[in-house]
Design a protein around this ligand. Structure first.
Ligand SMILES: C[S@@+](CC[C@H](N)C(=O)[O-])C[C@H]1O[C@@H](n2cnc3c(N)ncnc32)[C@H](O)[C@@H]1O
Length: 291
């Protein structure tokens, strides 16, 4: 298991390293005079502080990358960033969960999310009969988790992108898994009523588009205040503060992006509720809360 987690951190390091290299080339072309002044101003500020000594570290991190597919999303973000200088909603910005669901489906199937799913399943020992609720499930997770829980299990996936849910449903039908799958079209932070108690809640790569406390409130309700919550984020801002500016520059191109979560705010959420809980970080990107 340690190997898997070490690999997850190393892959996120490669992704960040690639972002740094892409941003450097972007800055080489940047002349500061663009129609989308807000976005250009943010790049200008980033460029003023850019320290070239990070380039060798970025190359080092990329040398360890054994799966180039995890970098595809960065390519799309890099390409989109040029169009964003023209207009914040330029049609060639192809990062929308609704508008570009077919592209997201590819990234969710073969990007970093694939490895995250494996890590979560292994750490939480997901298996036969488990009842799972997955906030911001996307198009690939429903098939993955529902194939692990058998016909006595239950998987509920919640997502605000109807096109991604439609793709997910088709895959589950094709694999004859639909009997144990429910897909709910809703925002993850809206109050949701659950009429069963689940064992596991998954919050993977969605907190930055939502409200982590809103999702956690729903997760507690779904678990009946007992069970496990796995939280993956590409970035926890207090664990890797040096990454925040560049991550925000690229991720702000994704419609619905708000801000990356912090470990502290998650701890504060549970402290405020006054629940008995334990929170265990697995590397820099995955947390497991036990209730
Ligand atoms: C990066 S994808 C991660 C998908 C999935 N959790 C995985 O790891 O494969 C983020 C997902 O969150 C969904 N999403 C974004 N904002 C949301 C919100 N406020 N409520 C529910 N889903 C949301 C998107 O439609 C997308 O499917």
């Amino acid at each position: 298991m340690m190997k898997l987690l070490h690999e997850l951190d190393a892959m996120m390091d490669s992704i960040y390293g690639y972002m740094v290299l892409k941003s450097y080339v972007f800055l080489l072309r940047f002349n500061g005079n663009y129609a989308n002044r807000d976005y250009a101003e943010r790049w200008k500020k980033y460029g003023e502080r850019f320290d070239k000594s990070v380039l060798s570290k970025a190359c080092e991190a990329l040398k360890n990358c054994r799966d180039g597919k995890i970098l595809d999303l960065v390519d799309a973000m890099d390409r989109s960033s040029y169009y964003a200088l023209i207009h914040p909603e330029h049609p060639n910005i192809t990062l929308g969960f609704i508008k570009d669901a077919d592209l997201w489906n590819l990234w969710l199937e073969s990007g970093i999310y694939r490895y995250v799913r494996r890590a979560i399943a292994e750490i939480l020992e997901i298996g036969s009969g488990d009842k799972i609720v997955d906030f911001g499930c996307g198009s690939a997770s429903p098939k993955f988790y529902s194939s692990l829980i058998g016909s006595s299990g239950l998987y509920v996936g919640i997502d605000y992108s109807k096109p991604l849910l439609n793709i997910a449903e088709k895959k589950c039908r094709n694999e004859k898994l639909i009997d144990r799958v429910r897909l709910i079209h809703s925002k993850a932070e809206s109050r949701i009523h659950f009429n069963k108690n689940y064992d596991v809640a998954i919050i993977s790569a969605v907190a930055e588009y939502s409200s982590i406390s809103g999702i956690l409130r729903n997760a507690l309700e779904a678990l009946g205040y007992e069970g496990s919550i796995a939280i993956f984020s590409e970035l926890f801002v207090d664990l890797q503060p040096e990454r925040v500016e560049l991550f925000n520059l690229y991720y702000s191109l994704i419609p619905g992006f708000r801000s990356f979560p912090s470990l502290r705010e998650i701890e504060e959420f549970f402290e405020k509720i006054g629940l008995d809980y334990s929170l265990k970080p697995y590397g820099n990107h995955l947390l497991v809360v036990q209730l």
